[in-house]
Design a protein around this ligand. Structure first.
Ligand code: GDP
Length: 461
């Protein structure tokens, strides 16, 4: 899911890299491309419009940040807005003050309600709850027995009508651990009795599975509403198949008006559909996405975290955490001073050490590089990047006197031997560091000259 959207967005944002400053035209073009990518992924037009307007406004008004380059700043804004349309904070189940907590599932037939009932029950059980499932889908042949099988798999009891009593029932199995609803034939009655059963047997959560139809219809809504009014659920979860594309928005709106719900569960996120419509559901209905289902197995299920989903969609690897760390640890003035010295060809080993320490504050260097987009394919190369080598560089520079760090040109043969001795390395290690430093300083200064940075000198050594 979201693969092509993710690829497109990553492409658009990567194109910005290397730009020193973003003009309004750059921002307009980027926004146009993001807009197209979202529309092609089926994100609803209303949602896209608001999203793009906010990004444009924020990107154009963005204050220049010392820690982030313009491209990173746009990534940050896009990410924050995406987290926003996905709901912002992670929304947890609100448990009733006096148990049992009643959770009702609603949605179209085939959305994945029954499967979800099992997943949710297993998940709650793992957290120490004692859930019971209630089978109120008496419409679809086999729905009751399907829930019983799911319940058995999850290791939780199922409250269900006896075999043969459901409309269209196909001889439900007498699965062990199930509680019988006797000859009840009305879904509303089953729901009510299920909650009573939970109370008497001290189950602290009741999950009520309801009937769905292939399309929205009045009877379906009336029944779901009837169940809701009868059991007064603490949470009504609208289960939405992320594969249904554009219909997702209309379906969500119909359920919001017909039954109303407190949260959304996106299912089939493992599919390869474009999925953008599902991304619109929070913005359109104002209800949070609470869980995500990503497969047919019980464990293919998780709490929905807007921030993690956004960073997955942006396909930015962990670049977003890199941005966060840079903002926390980057000393803007120090970095600017070093940049000035680079353009002047005056960078000293002392500056170099300071810069290195600043970068290393963000974590092991291999991790930092691993956070860059595209780094996933460079695992082998990255494993060669060794913090020990940096430790060595640090030790060598620390073994120098302040005068040597300030003016490396004075580091002659005898000084090299002393430094090597003092920092526990060989003279050739010291030679290598000093030579590389001069080469790098020259190269950086020349690059600054070519890029037309003011104050850059042509020749430095
Ligand atoms: P219900 O009619 O809403 O109760 O839907 P079901 O729970 O019976 O699910 C319909 C079909 O979708 C079943 O074949 C499930 O195995 C499948 N399904 C449910 N959730 C997921 C999911 O997250 N991913 C995938 N790939 N299939 C799912």
């Amino acid at each position: 899911m979201f693969d092509s959207l993710s690829g497109r967005l990553a492409g658009v944002l990567t194109d910005l890299r290397g730009k020193g400053k973003l003009s309004d035209a750059d921002i307009d073009r980027t926004c146009r491309e993001i807009r197209l990518a979202l529309l092609e992924a089926d994100v609803s037009l209303t949602v896209v419009r608001g999203f793009i307007a906010r990004i444009k406004e924020r990107a154009k008004g963005a204050e220049v940040s010392g820690a982030l380059n313009p491209a990173q700043q746009v990534v940050k804004i896009v990410n924050e807005e995406l987290v926003g349309i996905l709901g912002g904070e992670t929304r947890r189940i609100q448990f009733a003050k006096t148990p049992p907590t009643v959770i009702m599932l609603a949605g179209l037939q085939g959305a994945g309600k029954t499967t979800l009932a099992g997943k949710l029950a297993a998940w709650l059980k793992k957290q120490g709850h004692t859930p019971i499932l209630v089978a109120c889908d008496l419409q679809r042949p086999g729905a009751v027995s399907q829930l019983q099988i799911v319940g058995e798999r999850a290791g939780v009891p199922v409250f269900a009508p006896n075999p043969g009593t459901s409309i269209g029932g196909t001889g439900e199995l007498g699965v062990s651990g199930s509680a019988g609803a006797g000859s009840l034939t009305e879904p509303i009655e089953v729901a009510r009795s299920g909650v009573a059963e939970a109370r008497s047997k001290q189950h602290d959560v009741v999950i009520v599975d309801t009937a769905g139809r292939l399309g929205i219809d009045e009877e379906l809504m009336a029944q779901a509403k009837g169940i809701r009014d009868a059991v007064e659920p603490d949470e009504v979860l609208f289960v939405l198949d992320a594969m249904i594309g554009q219909d997702a928005v209309a379906t969500a709106e119909a359920f919001a008006q017909g039954v109303d719900f407190t949260g959304v569960v996106l299912t089939k996120l493992d599919g390869d559909a474009r999925g953008g419509a599902a991304l619109s559901v929070r913005e359109i209905t104002g209800r949070p996405i609470m869980f995500a289902s990503t497969g047919e197995k019980l464990e293919d299920f998780d709490v929905f975290h807007p921030d993690r989903m956004s960073s997955r969609i942006l396909g930015m690897g962990d670049v977003l955490s890199l941005i966060e760390q840079a903002e926390t640890h980057w000393d803007v003035q120090q970095a600017e001073a070093a940049a000035n010295k680079i353009t002047q060809g005056e960078l000293t080993l002392e500056d170099f050490l300071e810069q290195m320490l600043m970068i290393r504050k963000m974590g092991p260097i291999g991790n930092l590089l691993g956070m860059l987009p595209g780094a996933a394919g460079m695992k082998d190369a990255l494993s060669q990047v060794d913090d020990k080598q940096l430790d060595k560089v640090q030790a060598i520079i620390r073994g120098m006197t302040p005068a040597e760090r300030e003016n490396p040109k004075i580091i002659n043969g005898s000084r090299r031997a002393r430094i090597a001795n003092g920092s526990g390395v060989t003279v050739s290690d010291v030679n290598q560091l000093v030579d590389r430093f001069f080469d790098a300083r020259k190269m950086m200064s020349q690059m600054a000259g070519r890029m037309g940075m003011p104050g850059a000198r042509k020749n430095n050594r």
